[in-house]
Design a protein around this ligand. Structure first.
Ligand SMILES: *[C@@H]1O[C@H](CO)[C@@H](O)[C@H](O)[C@H]1NC(C)=O
Ligand SMILES: *[C@@H]1O[C@H](CO)[C@@H](O)[C@H](O)[C@H]1NC(C)=O
Ligand SMILES: *[C@@H]1O[C@H](CO)[C@@H](O)[C@H](O)[C@H]1NC(C)=O
Length: 973
């Protein structure tokens, strides 16, 4: 359908059009033409009054999008922005609304291109998107400067550019965005100073510009911002003084300016910022005294560490809500004020590296109970005494090293004088005991940890989420409140959220990986469950439009990724329709529009019928024209006729396989060459340009362990790839229980080595490098001599190329493809594809070679099963006994390698080159062993190399757990 420029619903249009056209012809014959024309004219008149224009994107916006696309590099082809109208043809990331009462055109309301590996720069025509509300380009690699034209988009509410490589200074024009609610440009390379014009951002609540190179003075004018809630400017090059005026800001909750170079005192007036929840001024070259902040009722987090502050700590009592007080690494003197005592939520009091003296009062850790933990760091001061340490509570960590109290300390004190470590924040993994078979363990589905019914199996959405400025130091006591907060913000039930992991990062910031599970629905009658599309869109919308209310304790969040995997992978976000219909729409107008619409569609239909025929002609001409200049060395251009002849007109009996791409046929060319022909099915067809790019790429790959491409056919809307034929089929067939001639260990090892060499070639010799992305036993083919040849790398995405600075980003972020059971767990968690993802999949193939098992069978995952057997010293219990006698040392080495390839953490997997090297060593070792065997086959010592089934089985029987967990068909005799 794409040749005609319509998307799939174009089909419905054509049908509809045909009907209307028939009616039109009929009306013509009936001679009612005049009447109809009259009606049409009337409607046209009516429409021009109502300004109900054509349902297309406003021309200036459509051309602006083209210009934007032109400046962006999109290595992974996320932007399907090539055909049709931006708002109608589902351009990815473009959301529109219908300005039905304004000008009748569709207008771009959101441009959201989150985490798509885009580079290039931003075109100034961005400013033409005059109706834009959200501009979200987070987590790409876009460079260049921020176009000042963005300042023209008066409707803009969210400007989200964080996590790119933008440089240059902040344009003054950004200050003239009257509706801007949120500006996030953190984690870029912005330099220059903060424009004074930002003082006009009357509606802005959030300014996040941390981690840039912004320099100069913070404009005191910023204090005029009436709505500002969060000001994050940490990790920049700001200098000058801290403006006194900021204390007049009526709504400021978070002031975070760490790691800048101010040369000033902390204005005492900051004690009047009554809404403040967090004040973080670490490492800012500040001098003078610690201000008295006791009047701030809700202060939860205070960090003034790594400055040059002097004098005593103010003795007035801080807010009872405080969780964190960090005054370390200053020049403070005097003693600890008694008012630091019994703060009910305190988690960390850091006073180390100062000149404090006197006695440490035990009242500080009074009432520490429940899940609260408390770290008290008093190291490197002049404390001479500590009161009442006979029964220190278990939840309290006290550090006293480097104080006089530690010299000649008694038993009770000396325990605090060593170097104590803090908390270990590994969240406990809740183990669910459920039948192994009821939930496919393919990583996409899992048992819902807190499910209201036992063993509810569902596919989670995975969300990378980071708290940018949390008001706490220890997350564990806040884990439940956080779950309550987030689920109520997302309007989900509590059990639908599970925090998969969390980790503290520099900042401190708290990164979490969340899983969101669908609602349990007992009507569905099915044990497993998925979110439906509208629910996914709703949840994603809440995250990406920042409509989740912010929390005092948790502070602002950022969305790192929102990955759609497994059952969700192919759900394309729908475009919203007509969201801009204003409330004031009069019923009469609506009626008129409806009547008009019917007649207009008549006209449109007729036009479409005409255009259809014209376009069809144009397309076939274009195809013929563009075919002529393409010639690729070593690859033959077959006609459809050639292909039909070779396969007996694609007769079913010649079909030898079926893959994601389409059917595979065995064909015999007229020179009697036997070939495999892959014919793309509908949905796999590519644009002609992409198809030829791919063939061009494949034609350059030549390796003994890669299936070679012989030719292609691109004709009549059909695309086919012609490969050399592999008479021995797939590796998977030979490992299955049905295989007649089982592969020997030597053959298996040779296949492993061959496949590895093929993949190493793709990673290192191909230009540009290729990650296979879908290595599996059924993609490893065997030729007549059982030489392994890797297939299907044509569907690979290219590996990342060096960027402008010559830095290899190391991974490709992309939609997860691949086959369940072979998927690198880190890949689908972070969505980052690396060469190590191929190593993982290959490791799974190795395990299949060793055990004959499927990657997933009976709900069990091969990597986990083999690992368990290996660790408990019973690896031979899982070895495929059909491969006959084998040298146990080689098998053990091979298995150890396979398991290393399947490690969960990318970094601990071997590189592809190491895999090849290790396999070559094992191969050599095996050859030597074989020789030794054939020389002294009767020597009992050598025979013992082969674990005899009878001696080894005994030891397995003791472990009934393991026995039951292993597929019985592969158990040794
Ligand atoms: C911000 O910058 C600091 C200092 O350069 C760095 O340690 C930190 O990792 C950065 N944070 C982020 C989120 O990039
Ligand atoms: C202290 O924290 C509690 C719970 O987080 C909150 O309800 C309360 O409003 C806070 N107090 C002040 C004065 O902000
Ligand atoms: C104390 O100061 C020294 C020297 O500046 C520094 O190396 C050390 O990390 C500081 N100790 C703590 C616990 O912050």
């Amino acid at each position: 359908m794409r040749w005609f420029g319509f998307s799939s619903n174009g089909r419905a249009w054509i049908l509809f059009s045909t009907v209307i056209y028939r009616i039109w012809m009929f009306i013509n014959m009936a001679g009612a033409r005049v009447c109809i024309f009259g009606a049409i004219l009337a409607v046209f008149f009516c429409c021009s009054i109502l300004r109900v224009g054509a349902q297309v994107t406003a021309a200036s916006e459509a051309s602006a999008l083209q210009a934007i696309r032109g400046r962006l590099n999109d290595p992974l082809n996320h932007l399907n922005w090539t055909e049709g109208d931006p708002c109608i043809s589902n351009w990815r990331g473009v959301l529109c609304f219908n300005a039905i009462l304004e000008d009748g055109y569709l207008h771009v309301q959101e441009l959201q291109l989150l985490n798509m590996n885009l580079s290039g720069s931003l075109d100034p025509q961005l400013g033409q998107l005059s109706h834009l509300i959200i501009l979200g380009l987070m987590w790409n690699s876009i460079s260049g400067s921020i176009p000042k034209e963005i300042g023209n988009i008066k409707s803009l509410k969210l400007l989200l550019l964080c996590g790119n490589q933008l440089s240059g200074s902040l344009p003054d024009e950004l200050g003239y965005l009257p509706n801007l609610d949120r500006i996030q440009i953190d984690q870029n390379h912005i330099s220059g100073s903060l424009p004074n014009s930002f003082a006009y951002l009357n509606k802005t609540k959030h300014i996040h510009m941390n981690n840039n190179s912004i320099s100069g003075q913070i404009p005191p004018e910023l204090s005029r911002l009436p709505e500002l809630v969060h000001l994050l400017l940490d990790n920049n090059n700001l200098s000058g003084y801290l403006p006194l005026e900021l204390s007049t800001m009526p709504n400021l909750h978070i002031l975070q300016l760490d790691n800048n170079h101010f040369d000033s005192e902390i204005p005492a007036s900051y004690g009047n910022m009554l809404k403040l929840l967090k004040l973080s001024l670490r490492n800012c070259s500040l001098h003078g005294a610690v201000p008295d902040l006791s009047r701030i009722p809700g202060l939860g987090y205070l960090d003034l560490s790594w400055n040059l502050l002097t004098g005593a700590i103010p003795s007035n009592k801080l807010s009872a809500n405080i969780t964190t007080i960090d005054l370390s690494n200053n020049n403070l003197n005097g003693s600890i004020p008694t008012n630091f005592s019994a703060l009910p939520f305190l988690q960390r009091l850091s006073l180390e590296n100062n000149s404090l003296s006197g006695s440490v009062p035990s009242t500080i850790w009074q009432n520490v109970n429940g899940t609260r933990r408390l770290i008290l760091d008093f190291q490197n001061n002049f404390f001479s005494n500590i009161s009442d340490v006979l029964n220190p509570p278990a939840n309290v960590t006290i550090r006293l090293r480097g104080n006089p109290v530690c010299t000649n300390a008694n038993q009770n004190i000396v325990q605090f004088c060593g170097s104590q470590i803090g908390w270990d924040d590994k969240p406990g993994v809740s183990k669910i005991v459920c039948p192994d078979t009821a939930c496919p363990t393919d990583f996409f589905f899992e048992y819902v940890p807190e499910s209201p019914v036992p063993c509810f199996c569902a596919a989670p959405l995975r969300v990378g989420y980071r708290l940018k400025s949390p008001g706490l130091s220890d997350f564990l006591p806040y884990k439940e409140p956080f779950e309550v907060y987030l689920t109520s913000g997302l309007r989900l039930d509590l059990y639908q959220l599970s925090i998969d992991s969390f980790i503290w990062e520099v900042g401190p910031r708290l990164t979490m990986y969340l899983k969101l599970f669908p609602l349990f629905n007992d009507q569905s009658g099915s044990i497993s469950s998925e979110f439906n599309l509208s629910e996914i869109m709703r949840i994603r919308g809440l995250f990406t439009t920042w409509t989740i209310p912010h929390s005092d304790v948790f502070g602002p969040y950022e969305l790192l990724n929102f990955t759609l995997l497994g059952p969700y992978a192919n759900k394309v976000p729908l475009q919203p329709t007509n969201t801009g219909l204003s409330k004031g729409a009069v019923a009469g107008i609506v009626l008129g529009v409806v009547a008009g619409a019917v007649i207009i569609s008549t006209i449109v239909s007729i036009l479409i019928m005409r255009r259809l025929t014209i376009k069809h002609r144009a397309v076939s001409r274009k195809r013929i024209l563009s075919k002529i200049p393409i010639k690729i060395d070593g690859v033959k251009d077959f006609t459809f006729g050639d292909m039909a002849l070779a396969t007996n007109n694609f007769c079913n009996s010649t079909q030898v396989g079926q893959g994601g791409y389409g059917k595979v046929y065995k064909g015999i060319l007229d020179d009697d060459t036997i070939v495999a022909i892959k014919r793309a099915q509908e949905g796999s067809l590519q644009g002609q340009k992409e198809f030829f790019t791919e063939i061009e790429l494949l034609s350059r790959l030549h390796h003994r362990n890669l299936v070679s491409l012989l030719g292609y056919c691109d004709e009549e809307g059909d695309q086919m790839l012609v490969y050399e034929f592999m008479p021995n089929g797939t590796l998977r067939d030979h490992l299955s229980a049905k295989s007649k001639v089982p592969l020997s260990f030597d053959m298996r090892l040779r296949i492993a080595l061959g496949s590895s060499k093929g993949i190493l070639y793709l990673h290192t010799e191909a230009d540009p490098p290729i990650f296979h992305r879908d290595i599996k036993a059924s993609n490893i083919l065997l030729d007549s001599k059982f030489t392994a040849k890797v297939a299907d790398f044509g569907l690979s995405r290219l590996a990342p190329v060096l960027d402008d600075d010559g830095v290899n980003p190391g991974y490709v972020s992309t939609v997860v493809k691949g086959t369940p059971g072979y998927l690198d767990p880190e890949y689908f968690l972070t969505n980052n594809l690396t060469d190590k993802s191929d190593v993982y999949s290959l490791g799974i193939v190795f395990l299949e070679l060793l055990t004959g098992m499927h990657p997933i069978s009976h709900g069990k995952n091969i990597a986990r099963e083999v690992n368990m057997a290996y660790r408990s010293g019973m690896m031979f219990s899982v070895i495929d006994n059909r491969m006959g006698p084998y040298p146990s040392e080689s098998v053990e080495k091979f298995m150890a390698l396979a398991l290393r390839c399947c490690r969960e953490e990318t970094d601990s997997r071997p590189s592809m080159a190491e895999v090849v090297r290790e396999l070559e060593n094992i191969w050599r070792m095996t050859q030597e062993a074989d020789m030794a065997v054939s020389e002294s086959i009767t020597d009992p010592i050598n025979i013992s190399m082969f674990p005899s089934a009878s001696t080894t089985t005994n030891s397995y029987v003791s472990s009934s757990d393991l026995l039951s967990s292993v597929d019985p068909t592969i158990m040794p005799r």
